[in-house]
Every structure is written in C-alpha cells, then in structure tokens.
Design a protein around this ligand. Structure first.
Ligand code: NAD
Length: 416
C-alpha cells in the first residue's frame, strides 16, 4: 500500500477540477495562511528552537544577475542555425563561457559552425564540439554550470539524468504532440490556410507545428476541401517540384514518416519518393488513438484530423495526454478560445493562428511537463543563463539594532 497515493490522487483531482484557479480562492487560502500565523503565534514561537529577526530598513537589498560559468548548449537539426545561435546569444549576453554542440544530423551546418563561427568569437571562451549521441553522452559526464538542451523528450531525460549527477541546472526545450482545436464556428478556408501553412512549413519539421486537428465530423468535412485548396495554392499541382516545400532531413526520418502514412485513411496527399526524401503534404482521417501517428510526435508533413463530438471532449482529449509545447484553438467565438486556454496546460498558446506566439521576443518560449522546463527568447534568455543572486549589504555599524535578534529570547516580545 503506497501511503501517498490517496493524497496525491485527491490533490490532482482538485487541481483538475479548476478549484485552485479563481483569484478569490487564492486570496482566501492566503488569508487562511495569515490567520494560521496570527492565531498560533505562541505555539509557533514555542516550536521554534531558534528564531530570526531582521531590521532591514537601512540595508541595501538587490538581485545580482551573474553568469553561471561554463554552459553547454546542445542543439537539434531542424532549425540548425537558429536553435544554436539564439541560446548562444543569451549565454554570451549573461557573461558565460560556452561549449556548443550542434546536431550531427544537419551535417553541413555542423561543419560551418565548427569551422567558421569560432573565427568570430573569442576562442578562449567559446568552443564548438562535434559528435552524435555517444560523444554527447561522454561530454555530459563532465561538469557544467548549466545545460541548455533542445531536442526530443526522450533525449531530454538522458541529458537531465546526466546533469543531475553534478546537480547542474538544465533548460529543456523539448517537443511532443501539439493539439489544434477547430471549432464549428469558424471560417474553414481561413483556418485551413493558417493550419496548412504552419503544419507544412519546413515539411512539418517544426517543434511547435500542430500535430493533429481536433474537430467535429461536420467541420472535418468543411475543412478537407479548404485544406486541399490551401495546399494547391501554396505548393502547386506538383508539390514535389515546389521550391517552397522542404524535404525530410534523413533516410531514417523518411522511413519513419512513410510508415505513418499507413495509419487511418489518406484524404489528401500521401505520395512519397525515397530518392528525394519527399513526402507530400498529407491529411489523414479515421485514425485510431492507438495508431503510431497518434502516439508519437509526427515531425513531418502529415496532419491527422481527429473527430470529437464537443469542445468538452476535445479538452478532455488534450488533458489525457502529455502537456504539449504549443496548443492552438480556432474559433470565431472568443469564449471558446478562452475556454481552451483556461482548461488546458501547454508551454505556449496561440488563438486563431499558428506559432506566431513564439516569434515575439516579449514572450517567453518554453515547454511544461513533458515538453520541457525553463524558457528563453529576448530578455528571458538573459535570465535563463544568469544566476539570480539574492544579496543584502548591511552597515558594519548600528549594532544596537541587532540586539533584538540575539539570544536569550525568553524575556522579549519577538516577531516571527
Ligand atoms: P534529438 O533529441 O534526437 O537530438 C538533439 C541533440 O541531442 C542532438 O545534438 C543530438 O546529437 C543529441 N543526442 C541525440 N541522442 C542523444 C543521446 N542518446 N545522448 C546524448 N545526446 C544525444 O532531437 P532531434 O531529432 O535533433 O530534434 C527533433 C526533436 O527536437 C523533436 O522532438 C522536436 O520537437 C524537438 N525540438 C524542440 C524545440 C524546442 O524549441 N522546444 C525546437 C526544435 C526541436
């Protein structure tokens, strides 16, 4: 019998019910905490073996943002320049030395970063190292002061476990399956344009791309011709020849995606050509939750449309799965968009569009739960790569003020 199981289940159920979210609830609980301290003052005083008391009016208190020291940045292949340099900017701005490990899969960029980038930086402070999983595992045996990893949740766990051996803090920018809810109350062509654009951008090899659409069977029927229309407009009659459609990074990923084309029924696209690692912009329908396309992150130009009967069912579908990096909701009704936002959790959220939220430097970018921890972009990058050191400077004089905090305490009326 697990002594914690009941308690944890009860608290999870309470959280899922939304009870802790209203501002009034939070205020009432904090007020209760205040009452606890006031009502039990003597009890608490008695329970404290030692006490602290501070008179800080004459002190200077401040946060000093300091560089961690030596930082390791590990990057993926899908945006091999952006996802290497954007974290690097934050690490340099915060004053760290950096070891940069680009992805071995985007070979050409790896070569440029290793051979050319160091010429532009102080090589005494910044190094580019090369390697795949084995070399990265070896690198992770060393002690770093912070590790910033972008990649899959599965490798994220390996990185975090390695960092834990040194108690090194980590930022994990991971992936997963990003849901996209499409309400009945919408203009199908507008939605199809936006969804097709951000699903097929970079051939779907984007961590924040919508992984699947949740909609009613009726909306599905309206979306299909609209998606067909958007795909034809963006990529022409023969998308394989389109200069605007990316191809799949490697043979391994091509094979994996080709396998996913066998799930459900192909409604649009479905063609592939191994010699060019080409997969057509594809829409699948009638997929089962148990099929691989609904189990793993797709990371390619394939979009399953999953039928739900109501908004409640869509929210439940989302909440039964790992917390995604991004979540999208399309509706003419702002109440519907607000409901999806309020009743789910995700790294980021965008209403009525795709991944625009991650283009703003004023917003933090990062995951939650299985999609990662920590955040960056803009000023958040600087903060991520800085230790927030809490400091207080006190005058060496005015010792009388400190008398209150020194023992013996029994005769004094102390504040806790
Ligand atoms: P990956 O996890 O396979 O590899 C990422 C990095 O980890 C690479 O540099 C690789 O060399 C290294 N690596 C791979 N296996 C390792 C191991 N066993 N031990 C140590 N290091 C290892 O990811 P990927 O295939 O390069 O990228 C795709 C994944 O990244 C997707 O899941 C995608 O969603 C995610 N991603 C997330 C973001 C984000 O910002 N959150 C951005 C891009 C990609």
């Amino acid at each position: 019998m697990d002594p914690f199981e009941d308690t944890l289940r009860r608290l999870r159920e309470a959280f899922a019910s939304g009870r802790t979210r209203p501002a009034e609830f939070r205020a009432a609980q904090l007020e209760g905490l205040g009452r606890f301290l006031r009502d039990n003052r003597q009890l608490l005083l008695d329970a404290l073996a030692q006490d602290l008391h501070k008179a800080t009016q004459l002190d200077s208190a401040f946060i000093r943002k300091e560089p961690f020291g030596l930082v390791l940045i590990i990057a993926p292949w899908n945006y091999p320049l952006n996802l290497t340099l954007v974290p690097l900017v934050g690490a340099i701005a915060a004053g760290n030395c950096v070891v940069l490990k680009p992805s071995e899969i985007s070979k050409s960029m790896e070569k440029v970063l290793a051979e050319v980038l160091p010429r532009y930086l102080d090589q005494g402070c910044f190094a580019v190292v090369l390697g795949g999983p084995a070399e990265t595992a070896q690198l992770l045996e060393h002690r770093f002061d912070h590790v910033f990893f972008t990649g899959s949740p599965c490798v994220g766990k390996i990185v975090m476990a390695a960092a834990a051996k040194h108690l090194t803090p980590v930022t994990l920018e991971l992936g997963g399956k990003n849901p996209c809810y499409v309400d009945d109350d919408c203009d199908p062509q507008t939605v199809a344009n936006r969804v097709a654009w951000f699903r097929y951008f970079n051939a779907g090899q984007t961590c924040v791309a919508p992984d699947y659409v949740l909609c009613s069977p009726e909306t599905r029927e309206r979306l299909l011709p609209a998606l067909q229309n958007a795909i034809a407009r963006f990529y022409g009659d023969d998308p394989q020849r389109s200069p605007n459609l990316g191809h799949i990074i490697s043979q391994k990923h091509f094979k994996r995606l080709q396998g996913l084309l066998g799930c459900g029924r192909v409604a649009i696209g479905g063609q592939s050509d191994e010699s060019e690692r080409y997969i057509a912009p594809t829409v699948l329908v009638d997929v089962q939750e148990t099929e691989p396309v609904m189990q793993e992150e797709i990371f390619g130009p394939i979009l399953p449309l999953v039928s739900v009967r109501s908004l409640d069912e869509a929210i439940d579908f989302i909440n039964r799965r790992e917390k995604p990096l991004a979540l999208y909701a399309f509706s003419n009704s702002s109440q519907v968009v607000q409901r999806v936002l309020a009743q789910t959790s995700s790294g980021g959220f965008c209403g009525n569009d795709g991944f625009m939220h991650m283009t703003l430097a004023s917003l933090p970018f990062g995951g939650v739960g299985n999609s990662g921890m920590g955040r960056y972009h803009g000023k958040f990058s600087f903060d991520t790569f800085s230790h927030h050191r809490a400091c207080l400077l006190r005058s060496p004089g005015m010792e009388k003020i400190n008398d209150l905090r020194y023992p013996p305490y029994s005769l004094r009326n102390l504040r806790v």
